[in-house]
Design a protein around this ligand. Structure first.
Ligand code: ADP
Length: 543
């Protein structure tokens, strides 16, 4: 027997409709790409998104057409999103930090018809578009008076287009399974692959994100998503903010410590989300200038493992709770969060740290499993490690154009490519990405765990651990360190710092001081780039 409730397709236009109807005056504040702070509201944004839709329809855009954005987090970018998605077209967020060849590959693979671009990236587009025949129009997201002279084909000025378009358009009315957003994984192995979100998956992900253990967004929160909209949908905040009626503060092109601090103070930010490297930058700025950010209660840190030193610094020096999140583009991206249950939260703070550094437990809507390489399930004992498998309505079932073939196991779980443990409390901990794990004498060494301890040394700015070939053990860990400015090199003190915190046989065979540690397109340490940089390195005594 079926239930008798209404069929109300879960399409994301309903999110911005809701924001306009019930939180219409709530502000969205952006640091514009042109410089000044720009204020709008959900009601205004709703009308402007409708104008975007009308312009697209007038240009002949059809449901399913891919319309790309190459832009920072701003109100305009959000309007373009909702305008594209509302008429059943697919919003393809391009990551401007990718190499030009990767962008060309992705645009051609997606067959993008049009691109909404920020002023910053006009020169980049001018260089790559001759190689992207599918792109017929470019909309530069700026005002008439800042519109650059450009050789881009059919370049339109966003504000002029909007001023000429009407707000009269009907959104939605299609199947909730209709494609809505497209985001390519950075392709650390092989070519980038397209993750194709549906209206339904984004809507459910929004509800999932509104759980108190996730974003916990309310109209009382002022949310600053530093994590870019092109990095797995700003972790859902561009949907969750309007859904909850939270004020949004969007940082535009400036994500350095000083600029983020200014926005936090001027807008009264209560909650923010970013990768660890951004937080490290803010922390340095706060410390160097003896500043506090008392309005901020919680920060969400994810995208790579959060070092204990960062969790402690926010807690001890600024009274801010760090919530660690794990996820990936394929998981929309929310997978797990490090909320401590009451039994663990009651422990002394130092003892809580064992769990705070873990990636945590899934919210309702996400299923997790650990499997070994033969497909057997692995016990949740906190030390047996295996492949982390994930399932749910917000998890990829296949890649765009079936790239990579079938990606689910026979129970419908997706293999994340992460190696992890799950403990008796259900806390998942990432040991490594499968391709970064160091294989030494038939056992595995977690590069992440060593890095997270090493970066806590007061002289260290960034630390990374990679495996180097070893004649007897196959691979041994090498610790690469970028020192803070003015600090002196002393290998032994970094090895001593690890003693007692990791198993003795995990101790790196060497410490190498480097001028820089490359960061990838989503602000994480680029292990592939690092291995390339170190390809001629030989362990002492390894010939
Ligand atoms: P990219 O490869 O572009 O960074 P994703 O953002 O999809 O793409 O990266 C997802 C991967 O990032 C995960 O599979 C995992 O390896 C890593 N990751 C994300 N969050 C965490 C975290 N809190 N701790 C450790 N690793 C993380």
């Amino acid at each position: 027997m079926l239930g008798l409730m209404q069929d109300w397709p879960l399409t994301v236009d309903k999110i911005i409709d809701h924001a306009k109807n019930w939180h219409g005056h709530r502000e969205v504040v952006s640091r514009s790409v042109e410089g000044p702070i720009v204020r709008t509201t959900y009601a205004e944004m709703h009308g402007r998104s409708k104008r975007v839709s009308n312009a697209l329809l007038a240009w002949g855009v059809k449901p399913g057409d891919r319309i790309a954005t190459l832009a920072w987090n701003t109100g305009r970018h959000m309007e373009a999103w909702y305008g594209i998605m509302g008429i059943g077209a697919v919003c393809h967020t391009l990551n401007p930090r990718l190499f030009p060849e990767q962008l060309i590959y992705i645009i051609n693979h997606a067959e993008d018809r049009m691109i909404f671009v920020d002023l910053t990236f006009v020169p980049l587009l001018e260089a790559i578009l001759p190689h992207c025949p599918s792109v017929k129009k470019v909309i530069v997201m700026t005002d008439e008076w800042t519109m650059p002279a450009t050789k881009l084909p059919a370049a339109e000025c966003y504000e002029q287009v909007l001023s000429e378009a009407s707000e009269d358009v009907t959104w939605g009315g299609f199947d909730e399974q209709t494609a809505c957003g497209l985001c390519y994984t950075s392709g650390t192995t092989g070519n980038p692959k397209g993750v194709l979100y549906s209206h339904r998956s984004n809507f459910i992900h929004t509800l999932l994100g509104l759980q108190t253990t996730v974003l916990g967004a309310t109209p009382n929160e002022v949310i600053l998503p530093v994590v870019p909209m092109f990095h797995a949908n700003a972790w859902g905040i561009a949907f969750g903010g309007p859904a909850a009626g939270s004020k949004l503060v969007l940082p535009g092109a400036k994500m350095d410590g000083e600029s983020i601090y200014e926005l936090i103070v001027s807008e009264g930010v209560t909650f923010s989300a970013a990768v660890p490297t951004v937080w490290q930058g803010l922390l340095t700025h706060l410390r160097d200038n003896k500043l506090q950010i008392p309005t901020v209660k919680r920060v969400l840190i994810g995208g790579s493992a959060v070092p204990e030193s960062l969790i402690r610094a926010f807690h001890d020096e600024f009274g801010i709770e760090v919530l660690q999140g794990w996820g990936m583009t394929e998981t929309s991206p929310i997978g797990t969060l490090s909320n401590l249950p009451p039994e663990l939260a009651a422990l002394p703070y130092d003892e809580q740290m064992k769990w705070r550094v873990k990636q945590g437990t899934p919210p309702l809507g996400v299923e997790l499993k650990l499997k070994d390489y033969d497909g057997n399930e692995i016990p949740h004992d906190g030390h047996s490690y295996g492949r982390l498998m994930i399932k749910g309505p917000t998890i990829s079932g296949a890649y765009f154009k079936d790239e990579g073939g079938s990606i689910l196991d026979d129970e419908g779980f997706f293999d994340t490519g992460d190696v992890s443990t799950i403990d008796e409390q259900g806390f998942m901990q990432i040991t490594d990405r499968a391709k970064d794990v160091i294989k030494s004498g038939g056992e595995w060494i977690s590069s992440i765990e060593i890095e997270n301890i090493a970066v806590g040394h007061p002289k260290v700015e960034l630390a990374a651990v990679i495996g180097a070939a070893h004649p007897k053990w196959d691979e041994r860990p090498v610790l690469l360190i970028k020192l803070k400015p003015g600090e002196s090199e002393n290998k032994q003190e970094h090895l001593d710092f690890l003693q007692g915190k990791i198993a003795k046989w995990w101790t790196p065979d060497d410490v190498v001081f480097v001028d820089d540690i490359p960061l990838g397109a989503t602000g994480k340490i680029d292990k592939k780039g690092l291995r390339e940089q170190m390809k001629d390195y030989r362990l002492p005594g390894a010939g």
